[in-house]
Design a protein around this ligand. Structure first.
Ligand code: C5P
Length: 223
C-alpha cells in the first residue's frame, strides 16, 4: 500500500532534474529533488560558519534544516532556507562542489534519509538524485539511470547556468563537473551507480520531449 515511486539517478547534467520535473507534472505526482537537500546543507553550513569537515555538526545541520519547498503562482518550485528564497543561490557550481563534499559523509546521508522517504505520498513520487534507486527507495516501482556524454552534460549545465545569469566558462565547468562526478562515484557511502534493476537511458542527442515520453511509457507500463 506504499505510493509508487519513479527513481531517476544519474550524474550531473544527465537531464534528470528537467525530466523529473516534467514527468511529475504530467503524472500529477510529488517531486523530490534530493540534490537540493545536499546543496541546502552545504549552503547552511557556509552561512553558519560550520567547516565542511566537521561531520557531526554537519549531520546536526542536515537533520534540522529549516527548509520549505514552495510553488509560486506560475507553479514554479521555490526553496526557502530559514525563510530566505535560495532557489538560485543553491544552483551555483560552488555550492554544488560543497554539496558533493558534504554528501560523502555517511552521518549526513543518514540524517537526510527519513526526510527524503517522507516525500513518498499518494498518488506517487518522482525522486531524482544519485542513490534514489539504490538506497533511499530500493523498492521503487520504476528505476531509471540517466546518462549522457561528458561533453553534452557540460554543455547543458553551461546553458542552464547562463540562462540563470551565472557567469562560468565551458572549460572550467567541464573540469568541475568531472571532479564532482569522480567524487560522487568513488565515495564509499552511497556511490553513484545504477541499481541492478534500473533501466539505463542515454540521453545524448535525444530531444527532451522524447526522453519524457520514454520515461512516461516506462511508468505506465509498470503500474
Ligand atoms: O543533483 P545535484 O547536482 O543537485 O546534486 C548535488 C550533489 O549532491 C551531487 O554532486 C552529489 O554529491 C550529492 N547528491 C547525493 N545524493 C543524491 C543527490 C545529490 O549525494 N541523492
Amino acid at each position: 500500500n506504499k505510493a509508487p515511486v519513479l527513481a531517476i539517478d544519474g550524474p550531473s547534467g544527465s537531464g534528470k532534474g528537467t525530466i523529473a520535473r516534467a514527468v511529475a507534472a504530467e503524472l500529477g505526482w510529488h517531486l523530490l529533488d534530493s540534490g537540493a537537500l545536499y546543496r541546502l546543507t552545504a549552503l547552511h553550513a557556509c552561512r553558519q560558519d560550520v567547516p565542511l569537515d566537521d561531520e557531526h555538526a554537519l549531520a546536526d545541520l542536515a537533520a534540522g534544516l529549516p527548509v520549505a519547498f514552495l510553488q509560486d503562482e506560475q507553479g514554479e518550485p521555490h526553496i526557502q532556507l530559514a525563510e530566505e528564497d535560495v532557489t538560485w543561490q543553491i544552483r551555483t557550481e560552488q555550492v554544488g562542489d560543497a554539496a558533493s563534499r558534504v554528501a560523502a559523509i555517511p552521518v549526513v546521508r543518514e540524517a537526510l534519509l527519513q526526510r527524503q522517504r517522507d516525500f513518498r505520498q499518494s498518488p506517487g513520487l518522482v525522486a531524482d538524485g544519485r542513490d534514489m534507486g539504490t538506497v533511499v527507495f530500493p523498492d521503487a516501482q520504476v528505476k531509471i539511470f540517466m546518462t549522457a556524454s561528458a561533453e553534452e552534460r557540460a554543455r547543458r549545465r553551461y546553458n542552464q547556468l547562463k540562462e540563470q545569469g551565472v557567469g562560468v566558462t565551458l572549460a572550467s565547468l567541464s573540469e568541475e563537473i568531472a571532479e564532482r562526478d569522480r567524487r560522487d562515484a568513488e565515495r564509499s557511502a552511497a556511490p553513484l551507480r545504477p541499481s541492478r534493476d534500473a533501466l539505463e537511458l542515454d540521453t545524448t542527442g535525444v530531444p527532451v520531449d522524447e526522453v519524457i515520453g520514454r520515461v512516461l511509457a516506462q511508468v505506465r507500463a509498470r503500474l
